[in-house]
Design a protein around this ligand. Structure first.
Ligand code: 8YV
Length: 314
């Protein structure tokens, strides 16, 4: 009998088609409460994405659930304590998206500082015929503070070496093998940075880690870049900081209530926003899809995971 899989969130069509050839897939959103209740005990696998929320209630309503495969590196939406309590294994897709996320982070840094989006709008509105675009701010040689020196933080640092940036970072601990100065206090890191990059996971401990005081420390010449999760930044404080000129600008790929972006963040040359697309290139989304398929296949074959979440590989 085919493994019965609950598809709990949206996935690329190509991945869904491949899964459908191999397994019996049910779309959570299309199931009525009665059908869900009738089928619940048959699901052994659930597949979700990096933005969806998988609650304890949902996990505990699936008595035969053995594994959850997350299409994404971030698995902050999954109640991992509930998964562990119920002996449910969780996989994610680390590594394959690192380059893309780091590329977009650097792109947002350049676009925000050099006001590339505003400059295009300026030409489109005929502004160039009246004169040149206002001068912007130099990136090369400036100071970069990275919050979260994991895979993605390191890949950003590697790219920014090419811009001769002075790099330092904050993390819970000093990361072995990383030579950049570790600054324990985030406010202190912000105060000594021109660009502050948020690369730390969207865990509950990191909720609103970047708040009013951190933005104040970043200062009126400082730019915030966030390619992690909207929850890591206090969005109301960020809106206020941008509106009041407390910081110089922001480049944001993630938001607190996606796809809703606060109106106050739109239509400003110093704020560049993208729709949570850091890993959304053809090759990376294909590699992420393959990793989901590999994890599900490995579980079906021998109850192991190719890329378990770190808590489960310890
Ligand atoms: C995806 C992500 O947007 O990997 C993550 O944590 O946020 C992204 O790669 C997401 O998982 C796709 O739904």
């Amino acid at each position: 009998m085919k493994t019965k899989i609950l598809k709990q969130a949206s996935l690329p069509d190509q991945l869904t088609e491949k899964l459908e050839l191999l397994y019996d897939i049910c779309e959570y959103d299309t199931l009525s409460a009665e059908t869900f209740a009738a089928l619940a005990k048959e699901f052994t696998v659930m597949i979700t994405n990096g933005e969806a929320v998988v609650t304890r209630e949902l996990i505990e309503s699936l008595p035969s659930l053995e594994m959850i495969a997350v299409f994404g590196v971030g698995y902050d939406g999954v109640d991992t304590a509930a998964a562990a309590d119920n002996h449910v294994a969780v996989s994610h897709t680390p590594g394959v998206l690192t380059d893309d996320v780091a590329d977009l982070a650097v792109g947002l840094m350049l676009a925000t500082s050099r006001q590339i989006v505003g400059a295009q709008k300026f030409i489109e509105a005929g502004g160039w015929k009246q004169g040149g675009f206002p001068w912007t701010r130099k990136v090369s040689g400036s100071r970069l503070g990275i919050i979260g020196m994991g895979r993605i933080g390191k890949a950003i640092a590697q790219r920014c070496e090419g811009f001769s940036m002075k790099i330092s970072y904050s993390d819970r601990i000093e990361i072995p093998g990383v030579d950049y100065p570790w600054v324990e206090d985030i406010c202190a890191l912000a105060a000594q940075s021109d660009f502050l990059m948020v690369c730390t996971p969207g865990t509950s401990e990191n909720k609103a880690l970047i708040d009013g005081p951190v933005l104040k420390a970043l200062g009126s010449d400082g730019v915030l870049i966030n390619i992690s999760r909207g929850s890591v930044v206090n969005e109301a404080a960020l809106v206020e900081a941008l509106t009041q000129g407390v910081i110089a600008g922001a480049g944001l790929d993630v938001f607190c209530d996606e796809p809703n972006v606060p109106v106050a963040l739109l239509h400003h040359n110093n704020v560049v926003v993208t729709p949570h697309m850091a890993s959304a290139t053809w090759s990376t989304r294909t590699a992420m899809s393959q990793l989901v398929l590999d994890n599900v296949a490995s579980w079906a074959e021998n109850k192991t995971l190719v890329t378990p979440i770190p808590e489960m590989s310890q």
